[in-house]
Design a protein around this ligand. Sequence first.
Ligand code: HPA
Length: 282
Amino acid sequence: MTAIPGPRALAPRLDQLAAAVRARSALVPRIGIVLGSGLGRLGERIEDPVAIPYAELPGWPAPTAQGHAGRLILGRLDGIPVACLQGRFHCYEGHDVLTVVEPALLLGRLGAPEILLTNAAGGVDPTFTAGTLMLITDHLNLTGRSPLLGPNDDAVGPRFLDLTAAWDRDLAERLRVAARSEGIPLAEGTYAGLLGPTYETPAEVRMLRTLGAHAVGMSTVLEAIAARWAGMRVCGISLVTNPGAGISPTPLSHAEVIAAADAAGPRLEAVVRAFLRELPAP
Ligand code: HPA
């Protein structure tokens, strides 16, 4: 059996990645933002952008998921310095778990004390329709993976990480206030992260509801764990692109997911921008 590299392997990788970014931009982000499937357009709004395709960063593959541009963009959004990941790596693409979490950790290494994770998700709560925005208040990690397996790097984070407040309550409240100020409804709930790449069976969606999930997707939870481990404060919003399998009688398709994300994207963008404008100094 091969040894698991573990989070200790991340520190030199992050140094190498940060150096590559610093060769192109000195910007220190106030917050890191991860844009999920179909949500990348917020990245186009960044002023004075320095955009770095993932394939130009050492060791990063080009993303394969459709709807993911695959760029790190540094610049300002409404005057706030941000580092934005337009697209992410997923385990279902065949990437190991450390590759999946490196981008989120890199944002922290560049100086972002906070991270906002967004994703496209299926609705498990039967009241959620396509286009529902859901504040993530907690998660279920059902991927069967953890980025923290293997030798720990105590200089970065603890061996046994407390996840009681994985999803930061103060940032969550700020997102609620931002949505309210824009007149945009914001549901809340627990995001279940699964490995994918299949969508769920109707029985799995019923199981997830029994487990207390409100939305389901194939990302986010591993990044949230890694970012918390590295001491970042984490918040997030799911854009529900479809009722989960079996709730809607029609089959699910990636095209439907992308179309719904495109349609609701401007509302998510408005919430995020209102949130950024009111962020206090770190
Ligand atoms: N299941 C899992 N991931 C998803 C879904 C879904 O129904 N919709 C968008 N991402």
